[in-house]
Structure formats: structure tokens, C-alpha cells
Design a protein around this ligand. Sequence first.
Ligand code: ANZ
Length: 835
Amino acid sequence: MKRYNPKEIEPKWQEHWEKNQLYQISDDTNLPKRYILEYFPYPSGSAMHVGHVRNYTIGDVVARFYRMKGMAVLHPMGWDAFGLPAENYAIMTGISPRQAIDENTRHFKQQLMQMGFSYDWSREIDSTDPAYYRWTQWFFLLLFKHGLAYQKESLQWWCPIDKTVLANEQVENGKCWRCGSDVEKRALKQWFFKITAYADRLLDDLNNLDWPEAIKTMQRNWIGRSNGAEIIFNVENSDHKIQVYTTRPDTLWGATFIVLAPEHPLIEIITTAEKRGEVNSYIKHSLARSEIERQETKRQKTGVFSGVYAINPINQQKIPIWIADYVLMNYGTGAIMAVPAHDQRDYDFAITFKLPIIKVIEPMAVNNVTNLDSQTNKKDTEGNYYEGEGKLINSGDYSGLDSSDGRKQILNDLVTANMAKETVNYKMRDWLISRQRYWGAPIPIIYCSKDGVVPVPDKDLPVLLPDITDFQPRDDGQSPLANSSTFVNTICPKCGEPAKRETDTMDGFACSSWYFLRFADPHNDQEPFAKSKVDYWLPVDDYIGGAEHAVMHLLYARFWTKVMFDEGLINFQEPFTKLHNQGMILAPDGSRMSKSKNNTIEPDSLISQGYGADSIRLMELFIGPWNQVAAWSTEGLGGTYHFLQRVWTLCQEFLSAAEINNEPNDTDETFNTGIQYPMHRTIKLLTEDLQKFGFNTAIASLMELVNNLYKLKVTDKFCHLQQWRTAIEQLLKLLAPFAPFISEELWHDLGHNDSIHQTSWPEWNESLLSETSTTIVVQINGKLRAEMKMPLPLNQEDVTKAASVNEKIVPFFNGKTIVKTIYVPDKIINFVLKD
Ligand code: ANZ
């Protein structure tokens, strides 16, 4: 009998599929479409491990399933290949990023292919290919045309090790997301994308997305819409005004001081001569602190008095103006009214500097559990501020109102007096895209001494990234491209005079903000994509990847999509209909797999040990629910291998039996029902499971099916050849999305010449699914007294009737009363009797 040897069959089929372009999908089809996409990977030097494999396996199983269901499936792959690692590697080794990326890509692709993933490789894209980034530059110019790409001098996070500017979201706890070193602030002129112009739409449209709630919440918090008001406080004895941003105008009577951020421009103007020295030295100190540190609630509050007072517009009270770094310049107006009785930070500050605390909100809670006791116990730092809603007190005529009504009335009155206006603030900042690095798409801008900032005309795109040899970042904040005079020096497209090119490159997230559209039309050299193709394939139906992209890629891609919609380039506003975050695979000891810990498990080594991609694929999904974390287990892999071995043996035994048996007995109806019931049940379960990503339960059903077929084999010995053939063929089709190699091999062994992956998914026959009868156990006082075979479906009434006339049961009722009847549907009926 032919042995199961994955090492032999897997490379053979992989080559065959590739040669026959089995998974290529054409655009002109009338079929319903399904676009299944996994995040396109960064082709890093380290090999892909079983954690990455899980991500692609999920996408592949779904893609194969829908293909067999008769849909036109777009399942493409490409490379997000710009970025720092290749450049840092180049600096270390002298190997150019181009060469390093090409090598990595080759290896990565070979790994994906050996796993049997069914990508349409004719659509492969590479973000570092000029044919691709030409359009990334084109989009930059589109944004520029609409004022959505602009330049601004501002203090920027600067990583002194990577020597580059970082976006807000790339700074984690004051450290560079990539190299982990402390970041600092530098004043630089930078390019930004105005994502804030889309804040409301990005927020509101989240409601219509079928995405994990956790990701939607992260985006909501990141955008951070805050509805509030700007209130004007006059500075005492001067014409100057301070605008504060507050979400709680209802607490205005409790404002006991004003706080300005240390960067606030008014400080220099209003501070008294006497206080100037102290104030300047405080400002100098606080500017060295990171924003994260400044917002840390547990940190001891610091600050300094300006020597000047402001007038509270609601009651003309005089309150001191302080300077403190817990107020940030780039949020709201950079100034606040401090209400220590109702805001923790203000409370801590008031305690530190012995400033008055006036309670103006009384919690409505009727029970005794309130966290407020501030009037009697001011010095206690526990629970002395109350941030919730309640009734206004100590608030003049407004006292007695509910805080929400008070908020409206106070604001109304101030607006009428021209002392306030309603405003909305967002936590989200514009997206900083300038990178002072080589390995990125050049920003298509030219600086001319006469015409200023001039966009590169479309016809001159792409602005090619030149081949250079010195990738060392420069200390002056310019990219290594500034070293290349042939790149820098150009001609102004407007006046024809000598001009200079922008030397910054774009953040890699720009390239990944539209790649999913390019897959619909990857070779178009006239436009980024044909609208008709994108409108057919997009939006992506299933986008599969880890949750780590929640606020960067997934927000940027939504932003670009909306810009394109507004421009009329596409007819949809959201790129990813359904988002699926897969659970991570951990090392067998439960720790995170990483190259640095040297605990990664790579498919290559498992394959060379003889397991085969098929059993790895099964294991990736059988290990637990697809969206939950699981620790890798090589014993488990032995289990899925064993399962495939059983499928193999069953088929080979069937084939041997078919060879000897010339007189098939195919007319036996009882056998037919026996084999069809488990078969059709499994078809139904699998179809439903695959639609809802129930991969592990689907595999369990397949295993159970194989067990059932083995049982039938013992009694039937493959007598009913035709029925066995049908069953085995259906089994192989059900297995095909999970284990594409073995199913293809066995399919051919069964005598087929076509590919199993181009056959259609089996249908089930509902009428075969109902088991026709079942055995009911009848108990008297919990003891088994009879068994009855009864036709399905059943209800309690019928079962009770049948049991009470059963000849074995009737004698028990003699002279007794039934005090209780317990019915376990379709299984047990128990009568509790009493004398
Ligand atoms: C008075 C007040 C009373 C406040 C009260 C809160 C509670 P969100 O929801 O995050 O927008 N704030 C305003 N600008 C600030 C800045 N630049 N730096 C630090 N804090 C700032 O929060 C808005 C609230 O955060 C504002 O409302 C203000 O404090 C503070 F019982 O004003 B509030």
C-alpha cells in the first residue's frame, strides 16, 4: 500500500498548482465576489514562525472554502517592504536595503508557498517597487491638492538612536516603538496628513463596522471626541483674556484657580516682574519632561504662581493664575479652569499648593456610599473630589439644578454675554508622515526660491529613490537623501530655474494605506487602479490580522479610503467590512515567541522532520478557537498528523478493496442510510462552522466523521463500493481547505485528473439528517425499568403516554400516585411514585 509521505507529495503539488496558476482569479467574472485578505507582511530577515502561519492559514482556509462554494475569491499577497529594519540592516552590513528586501521576500514567499497557501501570485505587489510607490506619491499629491497634506514647524518626537521623527502613536511610554530608546523633542519642519479633518466621520462610521468591539473602542478613544466649551477669563487689570477649555461649565462656581501650560504664549506677557525668574526656571524644567510623564496622575504635582489673577466670568471672583505642566499646550486651549473639588488632578494640585477647594456638585446617590467628604475632611487625599454628576450647590442662582441642566444654563448665559462658545476637541492629532530616512517613498515636492513649495507634476512621477551607498542618518535632522546632490538638485516645474527636492521620505504607513485597493488592479500603469475593478472587488470582506494595528494602519486606511471616496475614485467609504483578529500562538512554555528569546518554532523545521504543511495547518486551527491565544504543542501536531494518516489509510484500503471486489453490492438501503447520515451531518456542520470561523470545531467534526467511517468499514469491509466512493470523495472535499496537499493526492489516487480545489463544495440533504428514532429509558424512582424505541421528533406528552401504557411499567403504578415526572428530552423519563 502506498505510504503517506508529505515530503514527497507536498512539493509536487505546490509546483503543479503554481505551473497551472490554479489560484489566479480573473476580473471579468459574473460570480459573486469575496475578497479575503491578510495584512501584507514586512519581509523581515527572520523566518516566519508558526504564529505568523496561523494568520495566513485562517485566510487560506476561508479562501479555499468560498472558492469551492462557487465564489470569485480574491486572495492576494504582497510586501510592505519600506521601513527601518532593512535600512538599519544596510547600515550594519553594507548590504543595500533593495538587496536585503529582495532576498527576504524570496525566502518569505517560498515559506508561504510550501504551506500551500492559495494566493493569486500574479497580483503580487511590493510597496518599494517604483511602479507601486509612484501611486503612493500620486496620493500624496491628491492630499496636497486638497490641503490635506501640509507642512508645519513643530516640536516633534525624535528618536536619537534611529535618528528619525516618530508619530505620536510610535512613542510608547516615552520610548521609541522600534528600538526602545528614550525619545526627545525637536523643532522640525514636517509634513502632516490632516486626518483630523475626518475625525467625525472616522468616529461615526465605526458604528457600521463588523469589527471586534475592542478595536472599535481603541479607535474611539484614540480619536477622543470631547464636547465642551471655551470660556473666557479676563486677566485682572489688563486687556488680556485667557480662554480655557472645559467639559464641565456646570462646575464654574468651583473654579478656584487657572492653570496655563508652560508653553502658553500669554505667560511671557502677563507674569509679574517679581515672579519672572521663578516662572522661567519652572518652564525650562518642565519642557524637558515627556507628555506621558506630564499626564501621569500619580506624579507629585509641580507648578508656579504667575503673580497675576483672573476674573471668573460667572461671579466676578478673583482667582490666581498658575503655570503647571499637567496642562498640555496641544490640547484644548492649553489653559484650564481648575475645579479641585471635582477633578482629581486639580485636587492634587490644590492640596500641594494649599489652594481653596469649593464643592459645587452634590452627588445624587441616596445610599451612603459616596466618595465625597470634602467639606469636613479636606486634607485626606482619598475620595475628596467627586467627578460625577449631581445637584449644583454653592452656585448662586444655579444652585439646585441638575448638573446637566446647570451645564446648559451656565453655558447659555455665558454665550449670551460673549464670554464662551461651544467647541469640540479631539485627542487625535494630524498624522506626521515625514521620515528623515532613506528607505521610503520620496515625498514628491520641490522647493523653489521663487515659487516656494511646488508639487511634482503627475507626469514626472515617480520621484525615484536613488541608489546610494551611505545610508547613515544625519545628525542635522535631514535624511541621507540630502547627501545625494543628483537627487537634491532639480529644476522647478513652474519656472524652470534650479530648485531642490524634498529629501524626507514618507512613513511606511502611507504605502499600506491603499495596498488593498491595488490588488484589484495591480499592473495598471495609467492610474492607481481602475474604478470598475475596485468597485467590483472591494471592500475587503474578511480582513485577517493581529490587533496590534488598531490605531495606526486600520485608522489610516480608513482615512485614505474616505478621501478617495470624496474624490470619486471609489464608491465605498469603508475599506474592511469584517475584521478578524486572530489569537497569538505562544511558545510551548506559554511565553511569547520571539527571535531574541530564541524560542521560535518555524514551519520549515517541522516540515523537514516529516510532519508536512497539512498537519501544521490543521494544528494551527485545531489548537483552540482561532481568536484565542494558544501555546504551540508538538505533541498536538503528532495528533493532527495521525489524523491525516488515518484518512490516507482509509482511502488506500478502499482503493485496494475496489481493485479486488468486482461485484459491488450497492443496493442496500440500510447501509446507505448508515453512511449518509454522518456524512451529511458533517457537511452541514462544516459549512456552518466555516461561515463563522469555527475552525477547531470543524476539524473535530471531520475527525469524528473519520472515526464513524472506520466503524462502518469494520462491518461493511467496503462491500458497498459506490457508496464508499461517494463518501470518501466528500470527505476529501471537506478536508481540502484545511489540508490541500493530501486531499489533492488522494483525489488523484481515486482516479480524478482535475484538481480537487476546483471542484465544488458538497451539499447536504436535510432530509437525511433527521435520525428517525431513538431509545427512551423509563425509570421508576430513578431505577431503570424499561426501554422504548420511539420515532423522532418527540415531546414530553407523547413519551409520558407511551411509558404509562408500557407493559413493563404498568405494574409499578399499582396503588401508587405519581408525585413528579422528570423528562430529559429524547433520553429519559423518570416517574417519582408514592404509596
Ligand atoms: C474644568 C473641569 C471641572 C474639568 C471638572 C473636568 C472636571 P476631556 O474629556 O479629556 O476632553 N483640560 C482641558 N484642557 C486641558 C489641557 N490642555 N491639559 C490638561 N487638561 C485639560 O477633558 C477635558 C477636561 O480636561 C477639561 O474640563 C479640563 O478640566 C481638562 F469637574 O475643566 B475640565
